[in-house]
Design a protein around this ligand. Structure first.
Ligand code: AMP
Ligand code: ZN
Length: 474
C-alpha cells in the first residue's frame, strides 16, 4: 500500500497509516448536529475529511466511511422545544439541508449516515455493559454516569494530567471544558422538555435519553461490528474542539466496554475563523454553505480555498481570500480547456508530459506527508504556469499532461462547475453561428459583428479556430 503518513493526535506524531485489515480502512467522522443549518466552519472539517477519504481511495484503499447525524442531544432538544415541534419534525429538514449542502460542496457521501435516534438499542446495550463492568453507576439524580476513576487511560488523548481529574464529581451537560473533567453522563434521566419533544426512551436503568458522547461510541461500534466483526476503527476524525470532552469520552466508553483500542489513528482539523475567532453559531459570525451557493460562489472555489491551508492550521475566512480562490478556479478551468484543445496533437511524450509527471509526483509526495494539500496545490499551479509557457512555444506531450492534470484535480475536485446548457440555448447558438458564417462568407462583416454581439449579450463567447468556430457559455 501507499506510504501515507498522518498525524495522530493520540501520539502527537506523524505516523504511517497501518489499517487493521488492508486494503480496508474503516473511517468514522463525527457528523453534524442537525439542530440548524451547518455553517462553513463545520464544512471545513467535513471537507478535510473528504480530502482524506478521496486520498485514501486514490491510494488504493477500500474505505468504509461512517458519518453519524446527531439528531438528539442538548442542542437539538432545546431547538425543537423552542420551535414547538417534535424532535424529528425539527431535525429532519436540517438533515435534508445538510445533504443538499454536502452535494453542493461535492463532498463524497459516506457509506452510512446513522441517525442517533435510530440506534437507541445499541446505546442502551452499551450502558448496560458499562454498568455490569462496574465502570458506570446510577447517580441519585437518576442519570447514569461513567466513573473516570475506573478507567486509568482517561485523559490520554487530550493529555489531561491525572491531577486535573475531578473524580467522583459529575457533569451532566453534553459540552464542558477541560477544567471540568468529571464523571460524565452516559444516559440522562428524562425531564419534561425531553418528554414534550419525544426525546425519551425506556431502559432497564430508567427512562431517559443518551448523552452525545455515548451516541458516537454506540453507532461506530455497531456499524463496524455488524459488518466486519471489528471493535477498533482505523481512523476517527473530527474538528479539534472534539478532542475534549467528546473523543476522550468516546474512548473511555468504548474501551471500557470492549477492552480493545477504540481507534488506531485520531485526526483533528483546525478551525475556520473569522478575524481570529472561531466561526460559530454562538458568536453569530457564521456563513452557511447555502449562503455561498446563493451568492453564486462555485463550490470549486470553496474547496480550493480550504485546500490552500494545511488541515492542522486555522484559516481566516474573508472575501479577498475567497475571491483569490475563485480566480484560481477560473484559471484551472481555462488551462484545462487550452490543454484539451492542444490534446489533438497526440498522446505521445514531450516536455508537457514530463511536466505533468513531475507535478503528479510532487502532488503525491505532498499528500502522503500528512495530507499537505497546500504543497500539492502549489505543485499544481506551478505546473499550470510551466505548461502554459510550454504551449506558447508549441511543446508536445499535452495528452499525457492532461491525463495527469485530470487525476490530481479529480482528487481535489476544484474545477469550475460545468455550466448546464439547455438544449434551446444550444440550438439558438448553432443557428446564430450558421448565420454569422453565412454573413462572413458574403463579406457582410457588419452583420457578422452584430451576431457576435448578440451572442455575447447572452453570455456566449466565441472563438474562430482553424477547426471552425468554438463557443462556450461564460
Ligand atoms: P457540530 O454540528 O457542532 O456537532 O459540529 C460538526 C463538526 O464541525 C465537528 O467536527 C466540529 O469540530 C466542527 N466545527 C465546528 N465549528 C468549526 C469551525 N469554526 N471550524 C472548523 N470546524 C468546526
Ligand atoms: Zn462524535
Amino acid at each position: 500500500m501507499s506510504p501515507l503518513s498522518l498525524y495522530n493526535t493520540l501520539t502527537r506524531r506523524v505516523e504511517p497509516l497501518e489499517p487493521l485489515a488492508p486494503p480496508r480502512v474503516t473511517l468514522y467522522t463525527c457528523g453534524p448536529t442537525v439542530w440548524n443549518y451547518a455553517h462553513i466552519g463545520n464544512f471545513r472539517t467535513f471537507l478535510f475529511e473528504d480530502l482524506l477519504r478521496r486520498w485514501l481511495e486514490h491510494s488504493g484503499y477500500e474505505v468504509f466511511h461512517v458519518m453519524n447525524l446527531t439528531d438528539v442531544d442538548d442542542r437539538t432538544i432545546k431547538a425543537a422545544a423552542a420551535a414547538g415541534k417534535s424532535l424529528t419534525e425539527h431535525t429532519e429538514p436540517f438533515t435534508q439541508a445538510f445533504f443538499e449542502d454536502r452535494d453542493y460542496l461535492r463532498i463524497k457521501p459516506a457509506h452510512v449516515y446513522p441517525r442517533a435516534t435510530q440506534y437507541i438499542k445499541p446505546m442502551v446495550a452499551l450502558v448496560s455493559r458499562l454498568l455490569e463492568r462496574g465502570v458506570a453507576y446510577k447517580g441519585e439524580d437518576g442519570s447514569v454516569y461513567f466513573a473516570i476513576a475506573k478507567f486509568p487511560a482517561y485523559g490520554r488523548l487530550s493529555q489531561l494530567d491525572r491531577r486535573e481529574l475531578k473524580t467522583g464529581a459529575r457533569v451532566s451537560s453534553d459540552e464542558y471544558a477541560k477544567d471540568d473533567a468529571r464523571d460524565f453522563a452516559l444516559w440522562k434521566k428524562s425531564d419534561a422538555e425531553d418528554e414534550a419533544v419525544g426525546a425519551a426512551w425506556d431502559a432497564p436503568f430508567g427512562r431517559g435519553r443518551p448523552g452525545w458522547h455515548l451516541e458516537c461510541s454506540a453507532m461506530s461500534l455497531d456499524e463496524i461490528g455488524r459488518r466486519f466483526g471489528a471493535e477498533t476503527l482505523d481512523i476517527h476524525a473530527g474538528g479539534v474542539d472534539l478532542i475534549f470532552p467528546h473523543h476522550e469520552d468516546e474512548i473511555a466508553q468504548s474501551e471500557a466496554a470492549t477492552g480493545k483500542p477504540f481507534a488506531r489513528h485520531w485526526l483533528h482539523g483546525e478551525f475556520l475563523n473569522v478575524r481570529g475567532t472561531k466561526m460559530s453559531k454562538r458568536f453569530g459570525n457564521f456563513l452557511t454553505a447555502r449562503d455561498l451557493r446563493d451568492q453564486g460562489v462555485d463550490a470549486g472555489a470553496v474547496r480550493l480555498l480550504f485546500s490552500q491551508t494545511h488541515y492542522r492550521q486555522s484559516i481566516d475566512f474573508n472575501d479577498e481570500a475567497l475571491d483569490g480562490a475563485r480566480e484560481g478556479v477560473r484559471r484551472l478551468g481555462e488551462f484545462r480547456e487550452r490543454l484539451t484543445g492542444d490534446g489533438g496533437r497526440g498522446t505521445g511524450d514531450g516536455p508537457l508530459a514530463e511536466l505533468g509527471k513531475k507535478m503528479e509526483a510532487e502532488f503525491t509526495a505532498a499528500l502522503n506527508d500528512d495530507l499537505n494539500a497546500p504543497r500539492a496545490v502549489a505543485a499544481l499551479f506551478e505546473f499550470v504556469r510551466a505548461a502554459n509557457r510550454g504551449m506558447d512555444g508549441g511543446a508536445a506531450g499535452s495528452g499525457k499532461a492532461l491525463a495527469a492534470f485530470d487525476r490530481v484535480t479529480g482528487v481535489l475536485d476544484v474545477l469550475p462547475t460545468p455550466k448546464r446548457l439547455d438544449s434551446a440555448l444550444s440550438a439558438w447558438v448553432e443557428e446564430r453561428l450558421a448565420a454569422r458564417a453565412q454573413a462572413r462568407k458574403s463579406k457582410d462583416f457588419k452583420a457578422a459583428d452584430a451576431i457576435r454581439a448578440e451572442l455575447v449579450a447572452r453570455g456566449v463567447e466565441i472563438e474562430d479556430t482553424p477547426q471552425g468556430t468554438k463557443w462556450r457559455v461564460v
